[in-house]
Design a protein around this ligand. Structure first.
Ligand code: CAO
Length: 419
């Protein structure tokens, strides 16, 4: 038994934001049916390909545990099949440009008539307002959601972050909305429309910087290194490099080997209540009592000097040695792990966070598994579907169509098959 056992999801999504949402639902046990344009499918099947004639890792890593049906939703017979699928399913998830579903002839009003229990879940770039019709990709979302203006160093340009907070971050929000709507439907018997805008999701994930925006009215942000450097603040939250974002100052510090290894660094947090242990570990016991260093408040205007001193110590050790020394003292540190190091970490495979997935065209590939763990429902990660792999079984199994009817559908061109 899995958490979403028995829930049928029509996955009308493409690229990353929508597929990341439906992949989560599939991991939680829903039957996720990906509707794809005949012949081509999700555009990512053919993007950034590393192996000729095999689905790309972009596609395979975002579409695990799903089934695929080829269906032309602009073909009249295809629309008829889509209507039947809507009637048979619990959720339809989509992330097309605004208005695409309406242009296909499937407005929310029409879908409700077909299936009043349906949950329609949509991702768009912006919520209602003057930008509601705009197309949006990951980095645009990071820029318009406040992340880029607050990421990077003060003397450099705004930066996007590698974590896909615009796409997968929005997918994650939408998945929660869908599960909540399913829960509400248990009591009301009615479906509803759930929407997430990428701008809103990024802003939600960047809310601590909106916190700081308001704190500026009360004076400089004393935990930002620019405070200690005597640089005045403007009227908006500045970029703060690798400064710790919360009440505990932190920085990325060099470790042994940094000259040649781009990831020989560690994040080091000077949590207030382990300050004395930090002083002992780095060989500066006098700072435990010295005026200007003894309390967290006193240290705020000299964080750069404090971290430089800690770095003199971390540079004598590898990042893993620093971690081994600091952990027993409860000093919070985190080595900068490269993708290679993560891909080789057997503990992550043991927990199912990393998985090795067999694929008929690719051979075995690595993927990131479900990060949510349940004590009572385990979902093995299965490979992404080939394009149209399940067309027949969905038409006959889920829709219960007879072979003559399936032949008629194929003959119409709706499935990209001729027989
Ligand atoms: N059968 C027939 N037509 C299909 C189809 C199918 N199975 N699947 C998709 N289509 C059609 C749609 O109907 C639409 O056609 P129209 O433009 O004629 O209405 C078209 O394919 C898809 O259009 P699109 O505008 O969504 O695609 P795009 O590549 O031009 O834009 C994107 C991509 C991402 C910018 C846009 O979809 C978007 O803004 N989505 C919302 C925000 C979002 O999710 N962004 C993140 C994307 S990355 O994760």
């Amino acid at each position: 038994m899995t958490a979403l056992d028995g829930i049928k999801v029509l996955d009308f999504t493409h690229i990353q934001s929508g597929p990341s949402c439906t992949q989560l639902l599939a991991w939680l046990g829903a039957d996720v049916i990906k509707i794809e344009r005949p012949g081509t499918g999700d555009v990512t099947r053919g993007q950034l390909n590393d192996i000729p004639d095999a689905d790309s890792l972009y596609f395979t890593m975002l579409n695990h545990n799903k089934r695929s049906i080829e269906l032309d939703a602009k073909n009249e017979t295809g629309k008829e099949v889509l209507g039947r699928l809507i009637a048979a399913c619990d959720v339809l998830v989509e992330n097309f440009a605004p208005g695409a579903l309406d242009r296909m002839g499937f407005s929310w009003e029409r879908m409700q008539k077909i299936n009043p229990r349906l949950i329609l879940a949509s991702i768009k770039g912006f919520g209602p307002g003057k930008h509601e019709d705009c197309k949006v990709y990951e980095n645009i979302a990071q820029c318009v959601g406040g992340s880029a203006s607050t990421t990077g160093f003060r003397d450099g340009p705004p930066l996007v972050t590698a974590a896909q907070i615009g796409d997968s971050g929005t997918g994650l929000h939408l998945a929660l909305g869908i599960v909540a709507a399913l829960f509400q439907r248990e009591r009301t018997g009615k479906g509803q429309k759930v929407s997430c805008a990428m701008q809103d999701s990024v802003l939600n994930l960047t809310r601590v910087k909106m916190r700081d925006q308001q704190r500026l009215a009360a004076g400089p942000l004393r935990e930002y290194s620019q405070f200690g450097e005597g640089i005045s603040f403007g009227d908006t939250t500045p970029r703060a490099g690798n400064d710790g974002g919360g009440g505990q100052p932190g920085r990325i510090l060099k470790c042994m080997g940094w000259e040649t290894d781009p990831n020989a660094y560690i994040y080091f947090v000077i949590q207030g209540h382990v300050w004395e242990k930090i002083c002992d570990v780095i060989g500066r016991p006098e700072w435990k009592t010295e005026t200007g260093y003894a309390t967290a408040g006193e240290r705020l205007d000299k964080l750069s000097q404090v971290f430089s001193t800690i770095e003199e110590w971390t540079m004598t050790k590898t990042k893993f040695e620093v971690m081994e020394i600091c952990n027993p003292h409860d000093i919070p540190v985190g080595p900068i792990l490269s993708m290679k190091e993560l891909a080789e970490d057997e503990a992550l495979y043991k927990s199912g966070t990393m998985v090795r997935v067999p694929h008929p065209a690719r051979g075995e590939y690595l993927s990131v598994g479900c990060p949510i763990k349940f004590s009572d429902s385990c979902v093995p990660v299965t490979r992404s579907p080939l394009l149209g792999e399940h067309t027949e079984e969905i038409l006959s199994g889920l829709l219960g169509l007879q072979s003559e009817e399936i032949t008629r559908i194929h003959a119409s061109g709706a499935t990209g098959k001729t027989k």
